[in-house]
Write a new protein. Sequence first.
Length: 392
Amino acid sequence: MRLVLGVGAGIAAYKSCELASRLTQDGHEVFICLTREATRFVSPRTFAALTHRPVSVEVGDEPLGPISHVTLARTAALMVVAPATADLIARMAEGRADDMLTAVYLGLRAPVLLAPAMEAEMWSHPAVKRHVERLRADGVVFIGPEEGRLASGLAGRGRMSEAARIHDRIEWLATPKTLAGRSLLITAGPTREFFDPVRFLSNPSSGSMGTAVAKAARNRGARVTLVHGPLSVPVPDGVDTVAVTSALEMEAAVFRCASDVDVIIATAAVSDWRPKTRQSEKVKKQETAMHWEMVPNPDILARLGHERARPGQILVGFAAETSDVAERGREKLRQKGVDLLLANQVGYERGFGPGDVQGVLLSRTGTEEPVVGDKTAAAQILLDAVERLFTT
């Protein structure tokens, strides 16, 4: 995908170097348009090295041949401006075309994302507010600014969003909204079953698979509710969340929401057992029994499969297996009554956390699809399969 990254004159321009690198590594064609003053903060050579493409400042610069500003405006899928200074926001709002960046903006018909960066007093000034509202009325999307330490050394609202957050918003803007109008409930992370206030039974799940699916579904336009145990990864922006700790809490939260959604994707690693009794005080080591009596936790996925909360609801399960992954996955697919099941190979330091998925996606119709790669890619494969079920 062809992207234009506009860079204004501010110390936050250093963050745009990271953003340009991320976008290039994603496989995008990234064309950089610097304002004249921005070249005093970051050299065009830096961006050229990061993107492997020529950098533009003046309208006469021709990275794509004659009248490149017209070609860029017609062929770019998205324009991002980061940092967007008060001066640059004013020039864009007034429709000026006195450099390559503003000339491309005026000819563009693709989405535009601005990440403002300035002192807090400037951001709150009535003139800046008027320009921002005019751009919003023209369809420009803003991200930030955020609270934090500013170039002056003072703290306030005016700090440019971090590159990772801007990158996340770009993915959302650039993704076709194939799940618009759909609602998804996703479970993620481990559960914890406490013996006493300081000891619990759990597993190594980080929640990275569930959050990857939630983010991918959000990017496709779905309304997403994420029911999650204690996570080791951030929750994506733009999703509703319900935080739980134990399996019983997760079961209650899931069934409160189940009848309101079109799809349930159960990635959570729910503990199979819990202590029969929970002590209210810490049990001293010398008093701890060698054996704790355990009772089984409810099988949330099986209950969902056998008590469909809504006609036509699609149910997706996960199975963590250490051996005979496909065979055991097929058995669980039948037992749980689900439409899709991703059976994943796990082991010590494998399968959990941010590592890759190595498994197979099984369907009730008998199809099988290998899933090998990172969890972001696995989430896309999974949602593609869900979308196919909507048409069958």
